[in-house]
Design a protein around this ligand. Structure first.
Ligand code: MG
Length: 166
């Protein structure tokens, strides 16, 4: 039994001293407007995994009132993986798209992949990162935002009893 989930996230950028993407610090002259560390990849990934298991979204589980300023988003992912564990759901693979105009992310893609593969406990060949720009158009293109989309496949392990339809 396989399930697929989709997640997306966007944060506004402002002058600052760097952003976090997929758990990796990216040096640049801006920061994300967010209560947490503003890691759009981890937020979209958490939503994709929750979606695959019909567990709602990241806001249901981590309302802003319960998030510490600058909190490491890997904590959200860890908590989501615990929820998946309770459903005997195992992540098969994830595919991520990051939309950011500058800096170009190609020098960081391998580190981001390693970071996600460690966090998910998956071999690197089950994790993919794509980096795109906004071609100068829209909030990403004019440098006002960073965004991410993630699709995740999970497998429900044998032993998990599919609830019967109402
Ligand atoms: Mg977010």
């Amino acid at each position: 039994m396989y399930r697929v989930g989709l997640g997306s996230d966007l944060h506004r950028l402002r002058p600052g001293d760097g952003i976090r993407l997929a758990g990796v610090s990216i040096p640049c002259p801006w920061s994300c407007d967010a209560v947490s560390d503003g890691d759009v990849v981890l937020h979209a990934l958490a939503d994709a995994l929750l979606g695959a298991c019909a567990l709602g979204d990241i806001g249901d589980h981590f309302p802003e009132s319960k998030v510490a300023r600058g909190e490491d988003s890997r904590r959200f992912l860890e908590a989501v993986l615990e929820l998946l564990d309770l459903k005997a759901a195992r992540v098969v693979n994830v595919d991520c798209i990051i939309d950011l105009e500058r800096p170009r992310l190609s020098p960081f893609k391998e580190r981001m992949r390693d970071s996600l593969s460690r966090s998910l406990g998956l071999p690197p060949d089950r994790v993919n990162i794509k980096a795109k720009t906004g071609e100068g158009l829209g909030p990403v293109g004019v440098g006002q935002a960073v965004a991410a989309q993630v699709v995740a496949l999970v497998r429900m392990e044998q032993g998990y009893e599919e609830p019967s339809a109402p």
